[in-house]
Design a protein around this ligand. Sequence first.
Ligand SMILES: CCCCCCCC(=O)SCCNC(=O)CCNC(=O)[C@H](O)C(C)(C)COP(=O)(O)OP(=O)(O)OC[C@H]1O[C@@H](n2cnc3c(N)ncnc32)[C@H](O)[C@@H]1OP(=O)(O)O
Length: 193
Amino acid sequence: RSFSSEKDIHKDYAVPNPTWSEDLRLLYEQFMKKCEDGSWERLPSYRQHPAGGCSDFQARHLDPSAMKELTSRARLFTRSFEDGLGFEYVMFCNDAEKRVVCILQGGPHLQGMPGLFHGGAILTIIDATAGMCAKRIGKVVLTANLNVNFKRPIPLCSVVVLNAQLEKAEGRKFFVSCTVHSGDGRTLHTEAT
Ligand SMILES: CCCCCCCC(=O)SCCNC(=O)CCNC(=O)[C@H](O)C(C)(C)COP(=O)(O)OP(=O)(O)OC[C@H]1O[C@@H](n2cnc3c(N)ncnc32)[C@H](O)[C@@H]1OP(=O)(O)O
């Protein structure tokens, strides 16, 4: 399916689709309920970053003449897979508590060791979730340092919950911790800062 249609670029992917498992749907409904009193908010998610917002950063690091062509073909990595094959996820934020939660169902194209989630795929979704936690305050953020302990392997295609918490802010430095638990909360798979 073409990724470049206008419609597709403005499509919000942080909503259920037919590839979602029952477990992911249940978690989604639980968090949508939490949004009813306004304490939590579902974060929409698109294939492309909205234009603007990081122009000074781009000016500092990128050749403006190449930017337009480059970004016209670009896709957010975590939204560049066909439905169900990569990262099926939704992030929810609680700004008062400086938290972002991400519910994720990893697809079959994220395999590392047979039957397991690739460590780089776990890093990616941690980076995105912790990055979003910092971005809620810092607006334009870049990951400077990411330390991860892989405690238990994550079965491929399982549903996990990431919890990112802003620990402290020092000027433009944000320190975020992030854990990855099994969907039932019983297993701590990964912890990161
Ligand atoms: C919403 C979507 C979320 C998506 C999330 C995805 C986020 C990403 O993956 S971004 C891509 C990966 N990251 C990058 O490419 C970043 C590359 N690095 C850089 O651009 C720069 O090193 C950058 C911006 C992080 C810091 O550079 P700069 O702004 O010049 O700051 P600099 O002066 O070096 O350091 C500022 C402070 O940060 C500290 N710092 C810098 N790097 C580090 C580090 N790796 N670890 C710890 N502290 C650091 C410095 O010690 C300094 O602290 P202090 O002021 O107390 O002395």
